[in-house]
Design a binder for this molecule. Structure first.
Ligand SMILES: [Zn+2]
Length: 131
């Protein structure tokens, strides 16, 4: 691939990462608003204990929102790290083996930090540690 096509490709990846970042930030704000609304409605009721069923539902919703928030923040972190790699010229290279990440893979997942085989190894490792 020649230099100008390489630059065009990198620009396209940067635009996609920036768009994803805006989207994730919007989702994060939305989830934070939901979470603070949950907190406010619980405080307003003041008699949570007399509504055990309601309380149980609130806890579950808040837990779901917390876990959604964590997922969003993890992805934001990955997108930011990819934008950083674009800025310092290491974008597109596997963080584990240093070889170029498959282009098709990056086009599906512009924030990918590892080549497919290292990503699979990494996930197996995480899975193993979780057990
Ligand atoms: Zn690799």
């Amino acid at each position: 691939m020649n230099d100008s096509r390489e630059r065009e490709w990198l620009d396209a990846m940067r635009r996609r990462l920036e768009e994803r970042r805006v989207e994730l930030e919007r989702l994060r704000q939305q989830t934070l608003r939901l979470l603070s609304a949950e907190g406010a409605s619980q405080a307003d009721e003041g008699t949570v204990a007399s509504h055990p069923a309601d309380a149980a539902t609130d806890v579950t919703m808040a837990e779901i929102e917390q876990s959604v928030l964590r997922t969003i923040e993890e992805e934001l972190h990955e997108v930011d790290a990819a934008l950083e790699r674009l800025a310092n010229g290491t974008y597109g290279y596997c963080s584990d083996c240093g070889r170029p990440i498959e282009r098709a893979r990056l086009e599906v997942m512009p924030w990918a930090a590892r080549c497919l085989s290292d990503q699979e190894r990494f996930e197996r490792e995480l899975e193993r540690r979780r057990r």
